[in-house]
Write a protein that binds this ligand. Structure first.
Ligand SMILES: Cc1cc2nc3c(=O)[nH]c(=O)nc-3n(C[C@H](O)[C@H](O)[C@H](O)COP(=O)(O)OP(=O)(O)OC[C@H]3O[C@@H](n4cnc5c(N)ncnc54)[C@H](O)[C@@H]3O)c2cc1C
Length: 336
């Protein structure tokens, strides 16, 4: 069992800044996220887009803001549990909270902070009858460990940034990379489109347009794919070790909805004075939280993380006298 003062569900900007604010008042955090990397929407949806409304940064790429938030949280040694979804919430005998993930990891904390944004990102799957048979037997929807694909034959499907970025990245060490897209042009950035065609010219990738994967074949694991061309109606079989459809992710609130919290639509109602929900010791911050005149912006998540941390301290140590100290006065006191 992994134990901390605060368990944060969601490693988006709100969750990451909460690690800093909590750590600065000596509270240790564990963080769960269903995605394989921290950063929430910024890392998953728009890592290369510049953001213009972060105070002190006239312009910063979303991915760089996440790198900075991770660096800022480092002294407080958060433990990240990535690629796992928070599934159940129970009270322990000693009045703490126990959260279990879909992979069976058990986490205990005095306070739980839900920083779940729009919810868990679930992969959009292609409509292929036999797809589920080959999940984890050659079909992956998220690239978690790129090394897994070294010296393997891979077929990636999709036409957005994620499909092209992974086709470019994996072509470095894979035996072969084939990128299949159902339309005649890609939706990805111009730089990525130019790059994938350069890689094709060098013989390290094959681009197949106007086509889609229409059948998966294999006995114990995936062995071949049928690829069909819409223009010519031709079909052919392609031998492969992996099929990675990258059609984007759609958020789903998921199990948090059954935890007894007060909701308005898919947003958790909180007391805006301290970000506490209707359940003592459970807080919600960032996009997922709601109160009158809430602004769904990154900057709101930062302020809410700050309010939450100070309230959580008083909740965990009701007997202690807690005052806010400027960071310029107290500096950074790393946790051991
Ligand atoms: C294209 C785009 C551009 C944007 N531009 C701006 C901008 O310029 N300025 C601005 O202020 N805002 C912008 N936003 C909005 C901004 O991204 C959000 O306000 C911000 O991401 C909210 O942060 P968060 O930490 O609350 O949640 P998120 O970033 O959504 O992160 C939540 C995390 O929680 C995880 N999660 C959810 N449920 C669970 C669970 N049960 N178990 C485990 N993990 C879970 C999810 O996987 C996700 O990683 C933009 C959004 C988009 C899509």
């Amino acid at each position: 069992m992994k134990e901390s003062d605060i368990l944060i569900i969601g490693a988006g900007p709100a969750g990451l800044f909460a690690i800093f604010q909590a750590g600065n008042i000596n509270l240790r955090c564990n963080v769960i996220d269903s995605l394989p990397q921290p950063g929430g929407q910024l890392a998953e949806i728009y890592p290369k887009k510049p953001i213009y409304d972060i105070p002190g940064f006239p312009e910063i790429k979303a991915g760089d803001l996440i790198k900075n938030l991770l660096k800022q949280s480092e002294p407080f040694k958060p433990q990240f549990i990535l690629g796992e979804r928070a599934e159940t919430l129970e009270k322990s005998d000693d009045n703490k909270w126990i959260v279990t993930t879909n992979k069976g990891t058990i986490l205990k904390a005095s306070v739980v902070v839900i920083a779940g944004g729009l919810g868990c990102f679930e992969p959009k799957k292609p409509d292929l009858a036999e797809l589920t048979i080959y999940e984890d037997k050659g079909v992956d929807y998220i690239v978690k460990n790129p090394e897994k694909y070294d010296n393997k034959n891979i077929v990636i499907a999709g036409g957005g940034d994620s499909a092209l970025d992974w086709a470019i990245e994996l072509s470095k060490n894979a035996k072969s990379v084939t990128l299949v897209h159902r339309r005649p042009v890609f939706r990805a950035s111009d730089a990525s489109v130019s790059r994938i065609f350069e890689i094709q010219d060098s013989g390290k990738a094959t681009v197949i347009l106007n086509s889609e994967v229409t059948k998966l074949i294999g006995i114990d694991k995936l062995e071949k794919l049928e690829i069909s061309n819409f223009e010519t109606n031709e079909k052919f079989l392609k031998t492969t070790d992996y099929f990675i459809p990258l059609f984007g992710l759609s958020p789903k609130l998921g199990p948090v909805k059954n935890w007894g919290l007060n909701f308005t639509k898919d947003l958790i109602l909180v007391n805006p004075e301290n970000m506490e929900t209707n359940i003592n010791g459970i807080y919600a911050i960032g996009d997922i939280s709601h109160y009158p005149s809430k602004l769904r912006l990154i900057i709101s998540g930062f302020y809410e993380a700050t309010k939450m941390a100070h309230s959580a301290y008083k909740y965990i140590f009701p007997e202690k006298n807690h005052t806010i100290k400027y960071s310029t006065i107290q500096g950074i006191k790393p946790l051991s």
